[in-house]
Design a protein around this ligand. Structure first.
Ligand SMILES: Nc1nc2c(ncn2[C@@H]2O[C@H](COP(=O)(O)OP(=O)(O)O)[C@@H](O)[C@H]2O)c(=O)[nH]1
Ligand SMILES: [Mg+2]
Length: 349
């Protein structure tokens, strides 16, 4: 049995660097790993696994070592938590000042996820050769004030790269960001010789196309490792409980100790809550607060949906079972036209 590091993962094939130095294409023995039941993809780049080598260049995953942490999102299509990276040391959100446009709300979500896993967070603003508009500089200054590192770079012109190189040296960093911001281009300048595929930003939609279709862990000099991720368009934060969200915004967390309403306060407009005052006095950036409120209301909508539908989903399951049982009986089928029974369930999705 060998230990191995998962470099990339699709639903059922995993590229694993084993500790004998060989990279093997592996599948999972028995098709599933118990501890990950219910998640969208079972293994993620960065996972440490036990491998039993089989044919040359192939192997079977026998087990998964406990994750130190994982970075991921809720996959709307698969309707389950999806780990994009595991066991990372830090999270870097790659952004661009334009092409695709700067999206601070997206950055706020990535930052909140990093905070939730207690991981250091940094912003790499790529494409600085395109110029940095003043409002983007303002926002970046805000992030720096929060203690987040901000790197202004250009992968195309090889500018500002040394700072990033130093920051990621000897660590495992996940590069998250919208598609087209230049994550793969950055990996290419940081790890020359790798030649990751990059692709022109789709001009029509002014947002990137997806070139990188799965996360991939890449290894450079000095034990520096990067997980290059596919462009993320939507980042649903369902893994964070609603009442932990305020602690994922350091400036809200810092002010919440002054909130007269105590730890039960959701800081979303309760009378007597001191957070609004902190927004008004400039201690909390109004736009960060807006991000907080949006994520919170998303979470609360979901919670409310769950509460109102819990009963009806159970009833629905019972009804469906009963329907299946009865429809097996021929008489029943003959007496019932089934053509309009197709899809009364989709409204719950
Ligand atoms: N102007 C400019 N374009 C860049 C820079 N870095 C990457 N690009 C371009 O942006 C597009 C998307 O890059 P890519 O690395 O595939 O982005 P990814 O989807 O985030 O991996 C490509 O056409 C790159 O040539 C940069 O620093 N400046
Ligand atoms: Mg890419």
């Amino acid at each position: 049995m060998l230990k191995g590091l998962v470099l990339s993962a699709t639903l059922n094939t995993f590229k694993v660097l084993c500790d004998d130095g060989e990279t093997r294409l592996c599948s999972i023995r028995g098709k599933r790993i118990k501890s990950l039941a219910g998640t969208y993809n079972c293994l993620a780049s960065g996972d440490i696994v036990d491998i039993c080598p089989t044919d040359s260049g192939k192997g079977l995953v026998e087990g998964l070592c406990n994750r130190r942490n994982s970075f991921g999102r809720y996959n709307e299509k698969g309707k389950a938590e999806q780990a994009i990276a595991a066991n990372v040391d830090q999270v870097c959100c790659v952004s661009s000042p334009s092409l695709p446009p700067f999206r601070p709300r997206f950055i706020d979500r990535v930052a909140a996820l990093a905070e939730y896993s207690s991981l250091p967070f940094a912003i790499i603003l790529n494409k600085c050769d395109l110029g940095i508009p003043e409002e983007v500089e303002d926002r970046l200054a805000g992030y720096e004030k929060l203690g987040y590192r901000v790197f202004r770079v250009s992968a195309a012109q090889n500018e500002g790269i040394d700072g990033v190189r130093h920051y990621i040296k000897g660590k495992l960093s996940v590069f998250a960001g919208q598609s087209g911001v230049g994550k793969s281009s950055l990996v290419n300048v940081l790890f020359p010789g790798l030649e990751r595929r990059t692709q022109d930003v789709s001009v029509k939609y002014n947002r990137g196309k997806h070139t990188t279709t799965m996360s991939e862990l890449l290894i450079g000099p000095d034990d520096t490792r990067i997980i290059d991720t596919p462009g993320i368009r939507r980042l649903a934060l369902r893994s964070i409980p609603a009442d932990s969200l305020s602690s994922c915004f350091p400036e809200i967390l810092a002010q919440s100790e002054f909130c007269a309403l105590g730890s039960k306060c959701s800081h979303s407009g309760e009378e007597g809550c001191s957070i609004i005052g902190a927004v008004e006095s400039g201690k909390i950036h109004p736009d960060r607060y807006e991000s907080y409120l949006r994520i919170l209301s998303e979470m609360e909508t979901l919670e409310a949906w769950k509460r109102t539908h819990e009963g009806s989903l159970e009833r629905e399951a019972v009804a469906r079972k009963e329907w299946a049982r009865r429809s097996k009986s021929k008489d029943f089928a003959r007496n019932h036209d089934m053509s309009d029974m197709d899809d009364g369930y989709s409204e719950y999705e």
